[in-house]
Write a protein that binds this ligand. Structure first.
Ligand code: ZN
Length: 412
């Protein structure tokens, strides 16, 4: 294996596009230069193409600095410049600075209870290729999942004739951030799986693993409905229920890097027994099983049927409010607690919760406004559906992978 292959990890074909032939000789870049390169690259990655003047204005840098940074990034292969497709106004049009998708490609993996989805995502967020497969026991065994993820990553890279520089993985469960150890994932039936280390060894690239709700929050913050909000909570309602919190622009994590588990906040002490050992967790009251009970659907009803039933109810406001009255109560009660604790500007509801009828969401938002002193104080927390839907975790996993890549690219 050549040095280039070793650096590139998962390699397809010629391994084109790894950093674009960057020059590493010469003096080590100083901190300000690195900082500015990362800031420009991050802006282009998350915000899309723009002119040098816009970059200068948004980042508070003077034009000569922006010119030097953009020229350097173009030389390293990360950006290109071209005339805009449409001219606005008279005079010479300004060149647009664009991220080059294949200059840095990340692998995003979303492991769910019933499905694994993977995507190769280029700099700028472009989805270059993807695949997914259904997951059922015994294929849910960590060894099986790991093997298939590694094989599939190689296939995707080969097909696209590209190299992959890093990977991000979403898992529903408690994940130790430092090394990607899945401490406990009750719905996958995993405990103490060294997912990060094993995937990193198999793919030969840096792999970061995180909790699914935490990645949903990251996705909504960077590319979703909560873009621009420094304080937000993402609530993922699936078989399990979880929550990711971004506070002051940073993901909130607890001791050991474990995220909080909002789904196991007790809302009903005399409620049903939860697998975690408590009674009446939020998950037992607003998870998939609770929705099936509320709609008199049998346990194990396919997700498609459940969603279709919810959509149908969307056209019957009175029936929706009646049939989902108790569900609405528990969803609202939990959200009032969450808003009171974290004071978010916006709460984003993800996955199955996006299929809830509008009258239910309206009622929940009203209750949060009425009952949370904090919500009133901060000028009303918005409660909204995720627009990324089931893609949120995959988008978040890509951003998780890109974070260190953008920093490393600044030193190239
Ligand atoms: Zn629980």
């Amino acid at each position: 294996m050549s040095d280039r292959d070793r650096r590139s990890g998962v390699t397809g074909g010629s391994g084109a596009g790894h950093g674009g032939g960057a020059g590493t000789e010469g003096a080590r870049p100083d901190d300000a230069r690195r900082h500015n390169r990362t800031a420009v690259l991050r802006r282009l990655h998350l915000g899309g193409p723009c002119t040098r003047a816009v970059l200068a204005g948004e980042l508070g840098l003077n034009r000569s600095t922006i010119k030097a940074v953009v020229d350097g990034l173009a030389e390293s292969g990360f950006v290109s410049e071209r005339l805009p497709a449409r001219r606005s106004g008279a005079g010479r049009p300004s060149l647009l600075v664009l991220p080059r998708p294949r200059s840095a490609v990340a692998l995003a993996v979303d492991i769910r209870v019933d499905r694994v989805s993977m995507a190769l995502v280029g700099l700028g967020g472009e989805n270059l290729g993807r695949l997914s497969w259904r997951l059922r026991a015994p294929a849910r065994e960590p060894r099986e999942v790991l093997t298939r993820v590694i094989e599939s990553a190689g296939m995707l890279a080969e097909e696209l004739d590209t190299a992959v520089v890093a990977a991000g993985v979403s898992v529903p469960g408690l994940v130790r951030r430092a090394d990607g150890l899945v401490r406990e994932s009750p719905h996958l039936g995993w405990s103490d799986v060294a997912l990060g280390e094993r995937l990193s060894a198999g793919l030969r690239i840096p792999v970061t693993v995180a909790n699914d709700a935490e990645l949903g929050a990251l996705a909504e913050h960077h590319r979703g409905v909560a873009r621009g909000a420094a304080d937000l909570v993402f609530v993922v309602g699936d078989v399990g229920v979880g929550g990711g919190v971004i506070s002051g622009g940073r993901a909130l994590r607890g001791a050991g890097g474990y995220p909080g588990e909002l789904g196991h906040m007790v809302v009903r002490p005399d409620g049903r027994r939860c697998h975690c050992g408590c009674r009446g967790c939020w998950e037992t009251e607003i998870g998939e099983a609770a929705l099936l009970r509320a709609l008199d659907l049998a346990p194990g009803t396919p997700r498609g049927e459940l969603v279709a039933e919810l959509r149908e109810l969307g056209a019957k406001p009175a029936a929706a409010l009646t049939r989902l009255a108790e569900f609405t109560d528990w969803l609202a009660l939990g959200l009032v607690n969450v808003v009171t604790m974290f004071a978010p500007e916006v709460v984003v509801l993800g996955d199955l919760l996006t299929a809830l009828p509008q009258p239910v969401l309206g009622t929940v938002a009203d209750r949060v406004r009425e009952r949370s002193m904090v919500s009133r104080a901060i000028g009303h927390t918005r409660v909204v559906r995720s627009a990324l839907g089931t893609e949120a975790q995959l988008v978040g996993a890509a951003e998780l992978a890109f974070d260190p890549v953008l920093v490393a690219a600044s030193g190239v």
